[in-house]
Design a protein around this ligand. Structure first.
Ligand code: NIG
Ligand code: FE
Length: 393
């Protein structure tokens, strides 16, 4: 079965014509068309030259983009922390400690409750154009609760991250070394078979550099690839630890020294920005302009979680990055698609080159810039997932 989407006002491909990989920067065509064959992109080009297909969709001049790739989300949890958000807006600063409230609620929830919440958030993401998302454990923090978190995440995505090292849970407060042993031992063993990634929150109040190194090395030995929560609450060793470990991504990057930027620039580690966190915690936005100018590979992700940022909206995050992190609309859209794919080490998503997965978003708008130009307005018209219509307004 093939589908022709034609009369596309702006087709964001993120790939050079004839190429099957994502380009290092934003790329688009005007007056374009594309053909989906089965689950993949089979052709892109000028609308007037499009081949015939079984089905025809008229985009009526609207913009078509690769589905958003959200490389950082915490969707397996129970409860909510709206009161904590309200208190923050009244002047109480964000700290890692709030995570423990969600841990208590998550441990008390049934599998069915956790699954319902998870599927509702995944559906919200799809309706906002996210076609690939990563999902972390990290609110269970016992062997059984981490194992069920990872198992639930694996039901909704292939990008599952084991985050047993989110914080030290209260029952290990006086024995953090004992918790690191658990997270590197039986907990990792129970989670590794269903996970692809290992993550650690390397921050004051969570895990220090040495603990983070041990956890990432254990994850790697169990077949998982590293990624790191780094430099969210202050300057610290997170980025350096991520680069040393060959992590796919260092996430947050809110406080970066020149040395951190140099380390990232010479590495295969993506700098993932989470603008919704700065919005929701009233922390200063990092200067993404500085990162692009230094030649770093940058991703934008939602970090959807009940504490530091409870949004599932990539368009909102794009708008914040453009407005408050000083990057262009093109850079932000690239970072939310091809950048996210690089942060997940995927070359089949984040672009619409021939052979890419047909994960496609059509907006009720003529150009990608509307994602930031019309903040807060639902603009997603249709979403194709692997070539099939997955959501429609
Ligand atoms: O990415 N930084 C650590 N983890 C989450 C916050 C989780 C929470 O506050 O519940 C984050 O911001
Ligand atoms: Fe996070």
């Amino acid at each position: 079965m093939s589908t022709l989407i034609t009369n596309i006002g702006e087709l964001v491909t993120n790939t050079r014509e004839g190429d099957s990989a994502a380009s290092p920067g934003f790329a688009f065509m005007s007056d374009a068309a594309l053909v989906i064959d089965g689950t993949e992109i089979a052709w892109t080009g000028q609308a007037g030259k499009a081949p015939a297909a079984d089905e025809r969709v008229d985009a009526a001049g609207r913009v078509v983009l690769p589905g958003f790739v959200d490389s950082h989300a915490h969707l397996v949890f129970a409860g909510e922390r709206g009161g904590e958000f309200a208190a923050r807006m009244a002047g109480i600063p964000y700290s890692a400690g709030g995570i423990r409230a969600t841990v208590m609620a998550t441990r008390a929830a049934t599998d069915a409750e956790l699954g319902r919440n998870l599927r509702a958030l995944a559906a919200e993401m799809l309706a906002q154009g996210i076609t690939t998302f990563e999902c972390k454990s990290g609110y269970g923090l016992t062997v059984a609760d981490e194992a069920r978190s990872v198992a639930l995440a694996a039901e909704v995505t292939a990008e599952v991250t084991y985050l047993g090292a989110h914080v030290v849970p209260p029952e290990f407060e006086s024995d953090p070394a004992g918790y690191v042993d658990l997270a590197c031992g039986p907990m990792l063993e129970a989670c590794a078979p269903r996970a692809k990634w290992v993550d650690v929150f390397c921050e004051r109040g969570a895990f220090d550099a040495d603990q983070a190194r041990v956890i990432l090395a254990a994850g790697r030995a169990a077949g998982l690839q590293p990624r790191v929560h780094a430099n969210q609450l202050g300057h610290g060793p997170g980025v350096q630890v991520a680069v040393e470990a060959g992590a796919a991504s260092a996430d947050h990057c809110t406080y970066l020294s020149d040395g951190d930027i140099d380390a990232l620039a010479g590495s295969g580690t993506v700098a993932t920005l989470l603008p919704g966190v700065e919005f929701s915690t009233r922390q200063p936005y990092p200067d993404a302009r500085r990162l692009f100018d230094a030649g770093l590979t940058v991703a934008i992700a939602t970090d959807c979680n009940p504490g530091s940022c409870f949004t599932s909206s990539m368009p909102f995050c794009i708008a914040l990055a453009v407005r408050d992190m000083r990057i262009t609309t093109q850079e932000a859209v690239w970072a939310a698609t091809a950048g996210g794919a690089r942060a997940l080490r995927r070359d089949d998503v984040g672009h619409l080159g021939v052979g890419a997965r047909a994960d496609i978003v059509m907006l009720n708008a003529p150009s990608h810039a509307y994602l930031a130009y019309r903040p807060g307005v639902p603009q997603v018209a249709s979403v194709w997932l692997g070539g099939s219509l997955g959501w429609q307004a």
